[in-house]
Design a protein around this ligand. Sequence first.
Ligand code: PLP
Length: 399
Amino acid sequence: MSDAKQIIEESFEHLVKTYAPQPVVMDYGDGVYVWDTDGKKYIDFAAGIAVASLGHNYPPLMKTITEQAPRLMAVQASYATKEKHKAAKLLSETTGFDLIYFSNSGTESVEASLKCARKWAYDEKGEQANEIIAFRNSFHGRTYGAASVTEKFHSQPFFSPYLGGIKWANFNDLESVKAVADANKTAAIIVEPVQGEGGLTPAEPDFLKGLRKLCDDLNICLIFDEVQAGFGRLGEYNAYDAFGVKPDIAAWAKGMGSGFPVGAMGAVEKFGKAITVGTHGTTYGGNPLACAVCATVVEEMQKPGFMDNVRAVSKVLYDGLEEIKRNSNKITEIKGKGLMIGVKTVFPPKDLLSALQANGFMATMAGGDTLRLTPPLVMNEDEAREGLNILKATLEEME
Ligand code: PLP
């Protein structure tokens, strides 16, 4: 048995079966490339599903980690540290939110957002104001609150009951939101600016503007789940900048740590101040290492040209995909926004992913029928073209 096969078989004997195992074992990465234990090289169009925003082994990030890890990694969350101060200040300045809460993952950032909105609504409107409006095809995470606003999980009866008071509306359909919104009962609306797991569907700017107005008119908290779309993924630092609509609360994770587990919630003061001492918290959230990482990621993204590169590479990819689509009958739809790209083909995505993997191209699947491309934001135009060539050749090979 090969080393890789043995590692896969033996490790899965000890692991809870949350994911179907891949046939290769990933070993190390550099820039936009990853190598497996057999020495095979892959161009990374997955980035850990929109996580490794700065690619792999990014020197300034490695410097931060190797300097901060021996200095201080853990201290009780009630202590201020220079690193937490710097990261919170930077996040507040770059996102425009008054108050920041640090978490460790996307689902925790969503939990914090829901709890913050519920607490605000309880204080402001009363205990009946406990309803949350969520959207069909959304994905917000796997803890109970986040799963409760993710429609597909409601088909998993073994986890019922979920959080009560969830009202469903259709994405990009304002009238369906108005039909369930109630000034007296609705605490919050939670929406992804681009539905990721649901299949890379961007919101219509007018839909988000309509949600903003509805929330203002009915005094409802508007939450954007920017866990996948935030931190430069759409070619703007904030996902909300790409739509010209600012939410009251945003949930972040993934790209903000570029591979290090860190998340956060940003809130405008009116909502953020609802969380008071003892009402919410986390042991690891805001630890000095995670905050040092987050500050470095933010600083790198603020450098001149960073977002220009994201937009330029996005254009190369969309143009290249359109060209492949024009010249073959194998791509049926191109979706998404920025570097959050969805491609529908005539092939089952699983077969396409396997063929791409065999040709040295890593990607993921979304919505059951869509190939998802979420490369590192530091990918350059030549690397993007290299990836397109592999995708084109793979589609040509497939029958
Ligand atoms: N929200 C969105 C939009 C996501 O895409 C994800 C993960 O894919 C999450 C929340 C949950 O994040 P995590 O897996 O870090 O808990």
